[in-house]
Structure formats: C-alpha cells, structure tokens
Design a protein around this ligand. Sequence first.
Ligand code: NAP
Length: 256
Amino acid sequence: MTTSSEITTRTAIVTGAARGIGAGVAKRLAEDGLAVAVLDLDEAACKAVVDEIDAAGGRALAVGVDVADEEGVQTAVERVAAELGDPTVLVNNAGILRDNLLFKMSVSDWDAVMAVHLRGSFLLTRAVQGYMTKAGFGRIINLSSTSALGNRGQANYAAAKAGIQGFTKTLAFELGKFGVTANAIAPGFIETEMTKATADRLGVPFDEFKAFVVKDIPVARGGLPADIAHAASFFASEGAGFVSGQVLYVAGGPKA
Ligand code: NAP
C-alpha cells in the first residue's frame, strides 16, 4: 500500500551543490521535504552538505560527477534513482568562470564555460527527463545570471547564461504536456566562492569589491545563497505547475 508520505516525497538533483548557491538550494529543498542528491565534481566535498541535511532529519546522497561527462552523468542519475528515488526535480547549478576580455580569451576558456553550463545542463536534463515524464511531474530549474544581458570580460559566460534561457524556454514547450515545468533563475551578485574568486582576480579585498557592487543594488545588500534557494523552492513546489518558461531575475532590484 502506498502511504501519503510516499506520494509526496520527491527526489531532487542539485548540481554544483558542495558549496555556494547549490549547497543553499540543496539544504532548502531538503527542508521542503525532498530527498536531495548533492552532485559535485568531488564526492568527498559534498559530505558536509549531506551531513547537514541528515542531521536536520532529511535524506541526502553525495554523488561525484563532472556534469560535462556524458557517461558519468548517466551513471550518476541512475545511481540517484536506485539509492534515493526517481529524480523529478533538477537544479542545473554547477558553474565556472573563465573571465577575460575577448581579445585575450582562449579557446579553452570559451570551451570550458560552454561545457559546464550548457553541455552540463543539457546532459543532466536529458538524463532526468524520462523519470519526470514517467511520473507526470517534473521541475527543471536552471541557473542563468544577470550576465546573460552582457558583461564586460564575460563573453563566454554571458553567452552560456543567455543560452540557458533559450534552453529553458524550449524545455518548457517540449515537456509541458507531461507535467514538467522549466524555469531559470538569473541571480545578480551573490556572496559565494565564485564572487570571492572574482575579487581575488581583480586584486581587490572582497569587502571592498562587495561595497562597490552593493552601491548599485536597490535593496542595498549583497545576495546570499538563501535568496536563490527561496526562488528555487517556489519553482520546485507542487503549486508552481502553471509557471513555466520564465526567467526570474533575483538581483535585489529591477535591473541587472
Ligand atoms: P561556486 O561557489 O563556484 O560553486 C559552483 C560549484 O559548481 C562548485 O562546487 C564547483 O566545484 C561545481 N562545479 C564546477 N564545475 C563542475 C562540473 N563540471 N561538474 C560538477 N560540478 C562542478 O559558484 P556559485 O556562486 O555558487 O554559483 C552557482 C551557480 O550560480 C553557477 O551556475 C553560477 O554561474 C550562477 N551564478 C552565480 C552568481 C554569483 O554571484 N555567485 C551570480 C549569477 C549566477 P569545484 O569547486 O570543485 O570547482
């Protein structure tokens, strides 16, 4: 017999979830009652997030995988289904920066960014969609960025993040009739290792870098992973089934 808790327990996959926004999203979805697969390059690095979820009474699984590796992704998704349950919520969050002005940008800087953001989101989504269509329910949440609108030194990243928006809207068209929604979150400045690395690269202390960015943010503060997790929680929720193909800018104001 199926109990009501079995009916409502969903399994989510969050990529790049060992730290930063991904870790925040994984913990929030676990609080919302979902079992959560914490995917990142290094399985051991996922342990702290998994332990935190477990300690709070949730269920989580650490999985090491490179999202750009076709076979690895397939194996990882099958492992999640076997050990945690069929995944019907997917958050494509793994990301990297390889910033440089166009004339100094190498082909490997371009390819690396496309591989993680675009190829990675494609591979995960393709591997997971069968579980979603079978269940007649799915929630795909892709991490875009305000940089999708263009940002100096980020030709590769801006192109990938704009590409993610087109990818998301297409998923919404193709998968809607199976109960699957696809939406993108486009964060502005969020305090994570990624923005700390940008400050390092520019040779500016993080606090100074943050103050410089925050002076143009209407809500007058930097974003935190929890801000993005809150938006992801909404898109992942059962009640958000009529919201699809949207890009939500979570940037502390109306402009990127
Ligand atoms: P982060 O702190 O750098 O975390 C990214 C995570 O992704 C890291 O744990 C990283 O692992 C993992 N990762 C990188 N390449 C991977 C791969 N090939 N396979 C699996 N995992 C991989 O970044 P974040 O700031 O939390 O950003 C999360 C997402 O939000 C990204 O898509 C980013 O572009 C987007 N975003 C961030 C901001 C912001 O201000 N922070 C703004 C807009 C959009 P390693 O540590 O092992 O590399």
